[in-house]
Every structure is written in C-alpha cells, then in structure tokens.
Design a protein around this ligand. Sequence first.
Ligand code: ADP
Ligand code: MG
Length: 260
Amino acid sequence: MNDETREAAQETAQQPPIVRLAKVNKHFGNLHVLQDIDLEVVPGEVVVIVGASGSGKSTLIRCVNGLEEFQSGNIEVDGNELLPYGKSGKSLQTIRTEVGMVFQQFNLFPHLSVLDNVTLAPIKVRGWPRDKALQTAHKLLERVGIQDQAAKHPGQLSGGQQQRVALARALAMEPRLMLFDEPTSALDPEMIGEVLDAMRTLANDGMTMMIVTHEMGFAREVADRVIYIHGGQIVEQGPPHEVLDNPQNERTQSFLSRVL
Ligand code: ADP
Ligand code: MG
C-alpha cells in the first residue's frame, strides 16, 4: 500500500458504508447464483465488478436496487433495508428513487423526446414543478455533452448519445448511488469513449458508483476498488493495481489473461 492509497483507505474507513450486503444468497431454482456475498461500499467510492459471463455480476447489482429478490442475508442502501423474498416493503420504493441505474440496453422511452425522458421521473415521482425539472435536465444534458439533442427522440441519436441520455435521466433523480451494468457493451467501439468520459466526470465529482464493465483500462484509471467475481463468490478484491496487475488468485489470473 503506498501513501496515497493508505490515506484514501483511512479516509474512507471513517465513513459508514452507503451500501452493505451481509451474507446475501440468491438462487434461481437450483442455481446458487450469489453465495454469501459480503460487501460494503462507502460514500464516494467507485467499485468496479469484473468476472466472466454468468458469474453473477448483473444479479449482484440488480439485488442492490431491488430488481432481484434474494433468499437470505440482507442488503442496506443508505439506511434502507432490503429483506429476503422481496419482503422489503417501503424501503424498496425509497431505494428505487435513491439509486440510479444504467443498463447495457439504454431503455429510453422511444416515444418521448430526450428532454421528456430526463424530466419524466422528477416530475412524476419527485413531484417537481416542470420548470425546475426542465432546468435540471438542461444542466445534466450539458454535463454529458448532448445539450443540443434535447428536442430529438432517442431513435434519432447514436448509441453513445442515447446512453448519455440514459445517464442524464438517472442523474435527474439526484441519486445517492449509481449502478452501471456493462454500460458500453452494446456500443460501437468509437462511441465507448464518450460514455466512459461522462462516467469518469461523475466519478471525479464524488458520486458513489458500482460498475460492471469489461473496460479494464477504465477500471484501472477510475476504480477505487476492483472486485473479481467467480461462480457467485467474491474471489478477490482490492485497488486496481493489485487486482489487475498482480492478481493473487489463480482464477483471477486466468480471467485477466483472457481479457487484458
Ligand atoms: P453475469 O452478469 O455475470 O453475466 P448474471 O448475473 O446475469 O451473470 O447470471 C448469473 C447466472 O444466473 C447465470 O448462470 C445466468 O444464466 C443465471 N440467471 C440470470 N438471470 C436468471 C433468471 N432470471 N432465471 C434463471 N437464471 C438466471
Ligand atoms: Mg451481466
């Protein structure tokens, strides 16, 4: 551990985690997809989750905002508790409004303009006046570099632009935590950079982020911590220079030798 990482570790150690998973187990029928997952994420931390296809990465982050039920353990997000078997009650609604998510497929509303995509939830869910929602939306679209596309419909935009709209739309709810599930995997190579740039800006602004990605260069640069998942278990985790450049576990080594 160098001085810088030690300092960062000490700084983060003092803050209570914003996300806490304790002994979380998830099954799909006979398939034990998440096995005793313990994980804490502190405010401002950027955690990148890597692992082979089918290892449970999507399931893990989908559990964090209640998109998947789990069978045992518990999950706490900003003090709201998620319980097994979907028995989470009101805290599920709270978590869904506090946690933003960006998926591989952009999932924009195709019949709405970019601007309406971004203002819809703040108006409908938060009850913001239209003026306030519009003002915020314009600022966010500028932040992700697509302010000039506000009047267009998603179908008129490139994939990279659509994904930046999806990011702006998530940010419009002022989330305390952002989840990303392979946000650049559906993009043409020339558009990956613009989406990663927007995510990098967000990370630099101090957003707490959990990101599933195969972009190892991005992970190395932006992650505070890289987590390697295999078969529904956290096999190895640590700062990117340790996990990516000097993995200790044989499975991590073999995975990285295939993707790097
Ligand atoms: P990853 O995102 O790492 O590729 P997933 O979390 O999507 O992995 O999937 C983990 C495992 O769970 C895989 O074996 C996958 O086939 C299985 N799985 C995912 N979703 C479902 C589902 N809805 N029903 C049954 N099995 C599922
Ligand atoms: Mg996945």
